[in-house]
Write a protein that binds this ligand. Sequence first.
Ligand code: IMJ
Length: 256
Amino acid sequence: MGELMQGKTALVMGVANRWSLAYAIARSLAREGARLILTYQSERQRAATEELATAFAGGEAAACDVSRDDDLDRFFAGLRERGVALDAVVHSIAFANREDLEHPFYETSRAGFLLAQDVSAYSLVAVARRAAELMPRGGSILTLTYLGATRVVPNYNVMGVAKAALEASVRYLAAELGARGIRVNALSAGPVKTASARAIKDFSKILDEVAQRAPLRRVTDPGEVGDAALFLASDLGRGVTGDILFVDSGCHVMGF
Ligand code: IMJ
């Protein structure tokens, strides 16, 4: 166990289960001494998230639905009332209607488009504004993105457009929050078998292709995403803001 996050508090949003990238990130941060606050979206996930949180040396779990301003206000007011100061925030949240990931992009409905933007992109802005108020010492805000933001990946569709908005939001937030010592970055992870990826058809085929084509000739391990997040969340990343860091076995550099 190291000390990169000793005395620091990290809020990790989007831990659905132990396969979540948010969970791998929480693990890396906890390994270096961070005090953790994990959030889950719905009561259905309460027991599981609490169990994961306590496994991290006294971490805690709380409900927070990022698609509702009143719930965000309630959650962050609770932190403030307890005098919690944050050093790092990890936003690992995305959602699109299943049908929008299975039909042609041009068939995306207005409602489906807005839902993906709301949950997957705007939520970062909503979280960053409230979290910044709890970062008197400055801090690091991190989100998770995917190559489909800038390249066409089959079926990624409306999520790709939402991730494009998310990545642009990272740059605007970085520019505005930098004066307060708050850095904002995104990690672009290669395909990993998480709950939100398992739902995608032919996902195993995608993993096989990545393993053949990627410079490192293997798929991304969640622990690699966790350790890259640790770099950005800790003081090691103090000179980096507004950036998209690829943790994808080098996949994104390939032309075919
Ligand atoms: C998702 C769709 C299509 C292709 C995909 C993905 N590839 C990868 C993903 C190649 C790696 C996973 N990913 C990067 C995501 O951001 C997934 C987001 C997502 C997944 C679901 C599945 C279940 C559901 N809604 C979802 N919303 C967002 O109902």
